[in-house]
Design a protein around this ligand. Sequence first.
Ligand code: ATP
Length: 332
Amino acid sequence: MPTQPEHTTRPAAPPDAGTAALRISDLVKTFEGRGEPVHAVRGLSMAAHAGRITALLGANGAGKSTTLQCAQGLQQPTAGSVRLLGADPWRAAPDLRARVGVMLQDGGLPQAVRPGELLRHVSRLYADPVPAPELMDVLGIGSFAHTPVRRLSGGQKQRVALAAALVGRPEVLFLDEPSAGLDPRSRHLVFELVQRLRDRGTCIILTTHLMDDAARLADYVYILDRGTVAAQGTVAELVSAQRDAPLVMTVTLAPEHAAALRADPPWRTPRFHDIAWTVKDRTVTLTGPLDAGHVREITAWATRNETLPEALSVQPRSLEDVFLDVSGRDLP
Ligand SMILES: Nc1ncnc2c1ncn2[C@@H]1O[C@H](COP(=O)(O)OP(=O)(O)OP(=O)(O)O)[C@@H](O)[C@H]1O
């Protein structure tokens, strides 16, 4: 089982390198209703490339869905430009649609139809479809191919929705929360498939609230905040770009020693001046420019108190830490 995330081995795709399958420039989308206008997207630029997985992250209401709806030609931009496979998706001819696959989170599947029939029907719409039996096999749909969609579980519907999005061998694939509702085995199956498609040159654009999914899959990440891009880069770039590449040390102590830690915290010495810390239950989390000296002081403290930490780890900040730093700082 590989433990090394893909993003550390794959060269980054700078947003301006080469021709982007999707390029969005200065996108603005304002919804005018009866009340105040809603500024869903406020000058957002991004690009997504063939053979890369690009993730859009953002808090609820950050503008991810609106951006993707503009990218898919489902919403007309208020201002700015969107080019999908070289065309304006809002005005493009229907043949652009045949080159694009969209998997929606709620599936958008007809409830009465059975997955087998559905996939066979969808495949007849394309000149060179992936054969339905092949897709059903890869996504493990065979065992419920004859069950009406309304009787499927959420995770089974997700897999059918993904299969339907893949039938036409899309050049660009939009995935909205692809692992929502999937059990660990199905999630693994879907991730492997998505990575294979990426390796074959598909441009994949995904939105997710799961930072682990993004960290595992994405070659390039955009973090949206209130309709604009608050941060972007590879996962490795994002986690090392913040606050002088701080590290996170977590120390978990036996319950009887947690009180000693509170009474005589080891981080009161000058060495810990630049280090932020929090204590929750029995676990101390220290964040900042940590080095071996800090680890030594913590272990010296443990020796003085005749305790052995149950766990001690030093890691780079996670994508979730970065996300929390840059997005939705003043949510209501
Ligand atoms: N059709 C619409 N009419 C009016 N306002 C809308 C419409 N669609 C979205 N909005 C508003 O635009 C803002 C951005 O919404 P959007 O759905 O793009 O966010 P999101 O990042 O996809 O959120 P989530 O993670 O919750 O799906 C929100 O304030 C939302 O209420």
